[in-house]
Design a protein around this ligand. Structure first.
Ligand code: FAD
Length: 575
């Protein structure tokens, strides 16, 4: 039920949504209007400082701000909006008990930002680290520290070098900032490791264009590139990444660049909500009228990264930056208030302040009101601007304190292990890639979505050996991980390009008793495999067995060991 007060719903608690909510609350008294802000998470993410989290310069919690503390007089709901019914002036959202509910509105502001495009390059979703939210930043920081720990104990210099090679794809602001931060983290921390030095580590920045940082003047671009190279970063220009693999990237010209960690800063795509919206769009982004209203809708507006808004100041499309998002949020709020009070709206018009980008090593490049700055002074300005742009005094003190600590103490090298957490994920393997090796601990279960996998008996020194079976789409393998805690008895290798669904052991164990059909299929497979094994024992010369779970399979001595280890264990699944 809608109350008699005007209800304004904002979807998205990022820079644009928050600035809109703040301005509306300032302009409209609580008894005049109810402001409801839906955001998937309960916090605003201050993305300009995410690279600092990656480089361990600041604490992950310092870049997020709880929305309800930031907007005390706004009804903040940590829920996901699923659809908008423009004709009925209602939003559809998923409630805490997973039901679809509706809420009517008088005005709606869509400020749902963008998502990382995980399909820009094959393998990107599976093997690269995106940097879009605080969880991404914390995961990448952990990965870097974990790679340094692995390098410390790795006896093989070539593999050690691989662990210590970090590939950053994309030479825009985010790519440059994150490459600079990773480089600073490794170089300032190498003295705590005895098995490698700073010279053993390499950060590669791969960019498709002629110059990094296309947004700034060519003099600043050149300055940034020279500075990055002086700090040991390898800048590769005119290099198109065509595929991301488990051990590095492949370029369009066929070159293969090896590295243990790939960070992707390329490509954004509209959020899932945007796909549902019946509104005018261009390449998935919401097109707006000059006053930020959706064309043909009197009470629906779009702002921030999700919208294509022409800036009346210079007639150009607004870039996807927090600076523009904030201003659009403010202007949109004023336009809503003007409409509620019966006045005409104003087009979005904003003179941009400029650009700032930190490049590591206490250096930055900046263009402020047409003036170019580079080096330490620009870095100092960069820090000052972002410190004061943080939305609360609590966060300003915390970030300021973290930065002050860095002047006196080294960067923190501890990281939280994710050993206990598990998820279901997708993975992509190229023909010939090893999925797991004989002798490794059993931790995961796999379901083939596309392609073929061969199970071979092998040793680490000689990975290719005799084929035990070949599995195709719909088949699964690795299921013994739920039956025993031993080591893998065989090696699984991609026979073609393969897509698999991967489940951790705990997820699998929780899922199998409750999903009856899944459990039965598993039990049947284990019985079939055990029968094949007995058949082999009874008729050792009969090498070939038709059917099987993957369409065709051949049996060798190797399978006997496989079957032995799971003898009639399907019963275990029934419990
Ligand atoms: C690593 C990084 C560094 C950056 N550095 C800079 C910089 O230095 N300077 C600069 O100006 N810009 C920078 N940007 C860009 C800037 O962060 C964005 O332009 C800005 O965040 C856009 O604000 P927004 O409000 O439109 O979207 P966002 O900040 O992305 O907020 C959108 C919010 O909507 C929520 N949401 C989405 N769909 C739904 C739904 N269906 N239901 C409920 N909630 C939903 C999301 O969870 C999110 O919280 C950076 C971005 C990144 C990723």
């Amino acid at each position: 039920m809608k109350s008699s007060k005007t209800r304004i719903i904002i979807i998205g608690g990022g820079f644009a949504g928050v600035s809109c909510a703040k301005t509306l609350r300032r302009e409209l008294a609580p008894d005049e209007a109810e402001i409801v802000l839906f955001n998937r998470e309960n916090q605003l993410v201050f993305s300009p400082l995410l690279a600092e989290v990656v480089g361990s310069s600041i604490n992950p919690l310092d870049v997020i701000v709880p929305l309800r503390q930031l907007l005390p007089k706004v009804f903040c709901r940590a829920e996901e909006v699923k659809d908008v019914h423009f004709l009925a002036s209602q939003i559809e959202y998923e409630s805490e008990d997973c039901r679809l509910c509706h809420m009517p509105y008088d005005h709606l502001v869509i400020a749902c930002g963008s998502s990382a495009n995980l399909h820009a390059v094959p393998g990107l979703a599976d093997y690269s680290f995106p940097l879009k939210n605080v969880a991404d930043a914390a995961a990448l920081r952990s990965q870097i520290l974990e790679k340094m720990e692995k390098a410390e104990v790795c006896p093989d210099p070539k593999r050690r070098r691989w662990h210590l090679t970090f590939i950053v794809v994309g030479g825009g602001y985010t790519g440059v900032e994150v490459a600079g931060e990773i480089n600073d983290l490794i170089r300032s921390s190498a003295r705590y490791y005895r098995n490698f030095s700073a010279q053993d580590a390499l950060v590669r920045l791969i960019h498709a264009g002629d110059q990094i940082l296309p947004e700034v003047s060519s003099r600043l671009r050149q300055f940034a590139r020279t500075k990055l190279e002086l700090r040991g970063i390898n800048v590769m220009l005119r290099a198109y990444v065509s595929e991301i693999l488990s051990d590095g990237v492949t370029l369009k010209d066929g070159r293969s660049i090896k590295g243990g960690t790939v960070v992707s800063t390329i490509g954004v795509s509209p959020t899932p909500l945007m796909e549902h919206l019946k509104a005018v769009k261009e390449k998935g982004w919401l097109v707006t009228d000059p006053d930020m209203r959706l064309p043909g809708h009197a009470n629906a507006w779009a702002i921030g990264d999700c919208a294509l808004i022409v800036n009346a100041y210079d007639g150009r499309k607004s870039p996807p930056t927090d600076q523009f998002g904030e201003r659009q949020g403010q202007q949109c709020a004023y336009n809503i208030v003007r409409r509620l009070k019966g006045y005409g709206t104003k087009p979005f018009s904003y003179r941009p302040i400029g650009q700032l980008c930190s490049i590591g090593g206490h250096s930055a490049v900046a263009e402020l009101y047409g003036r170019a700055l580079a080096g330490f002074v620009a870095w100092f300005v960069w820090r000052g601007v972002y410190l004061f742009k943080l939305p609360t005094w609590t966060r300003r003190f915390q970030v300021g304190f973290d930065w002050a600590m860095l002047l006196l103490f080294p960067r923190d090298l501890s990281h939280l292990s994710n050993r206990e957490s598990e998820r279901v994920s997708h993975a992509h393997y190229q023909c010939g890639d090893l999925i797991f090796r004989e002798g490794e601990p059993r931790t995961e279960f796999y379901v083939i979505e596309h392609g073929e996998v061969e199970v071979v008996r092998a040793t680490v020194e000689q990975p290719s050996h005799e084929t035990v079976t070949v599995l195709g789409p719909g088949s699964f393998f690795g299921e013994r991980s739920l039956l025993s805690n031993g080591l893998r008895l065989s090696t699984a290798r991609a026979r073609t390009s393969v897509e698999v669904l991967v489940m951790g052991k705990n997820t699998f164990t929780q899922l199998s008793p409750s999903l009856g059909c899944f459990r039965d299929a598993l039990a049947q497979t284990l019985i079939n495999r055990a029968a094949r094994c007995q058949n082999t024992e009874a008729n050792p010369n009969n090498e070939k067995f038709p059917g099987g779970e993957g369409g065709h399979s051949s049996v060798s001595a190797g399978i006997r060991e496989e079957c032995d280890s799971r003898r009639l264990s399907p019963k275990q699944l029934k419990h």
